[in-house]
Design a protein around this ligand. Structure first.
Ligand code: SF4
Ligand code: SF4
Length: 138
């Protein structure tokens, strides 16, 4: 995590997602399926939902399933049960992913104080994975 960012394990970014989602990027499929010991197809069907269907310009965009407002993988003590193969978004965020989103967690105080860098460029690189010039088949 970026300098100045401290996770207190409050669970907010996993438990109170509200309208936020955990996007599954194309490069998430292989490590996550391997982590669960299932095929990428099984992982996709069992643990993800469609956020946006595919278009002529963009691959289908999927997100982790939620139960109420919580990620299905958050534990009762606010830990991540898929730690070690969690999605890129979770590896980066919230300090280095969607730092400009509407979601604002208490730990992002450091960003308010100018300690966290602008994430726009890395977010853009991730989102480029969904466009059809990417030859990754899912
Ligand atoms: S909201 Fe911030 S402090 Fe709380 S669990 Fe998420 S990263 Fe950690
Ligand atoms: S995958 Fe893990 S880190 Fe990501 S939202 Fe779910 S519980 Fe939190």
């Amino acid at each position: 995590m970026a300098n100045g960012f401290k996770c207190t394990k409050c669970g907010e970014c996993c438990r109170n997602l509200g309208n936020a989602v955990v996007v599954i990027f194309p490069s998430d499929y292989t490590p996550m399926a391997r982590g669960f010991g299932v095929s990428e197809h099984e992982f996709r069907e069992k643990f993800t939902d469609v956020l946006y269907p595919a278009t002529s310009e963009r691959l289908e965009i999927r997100v982790l399933k939620k139960a109420d407002d919580a990620c299905i993988f958050v534990t009762p003590d606010n830990l991540c049960s898929v730690y070690g193969f969690q999605p890129i978004q979770c590896q980066l965020g919230p300090d280095r992913y969607m730092a400009r989103s509407m979601m604002h967690y208490p730990c992002m105080q450091a960003m308010d104080e100018g300690l966290i860098v602008d994430t726009t460029e890395s977010d853009d690189k991730l989102y480029q994975q969904f466009y059809l010039n990417n030859d990754r088949e899912i």
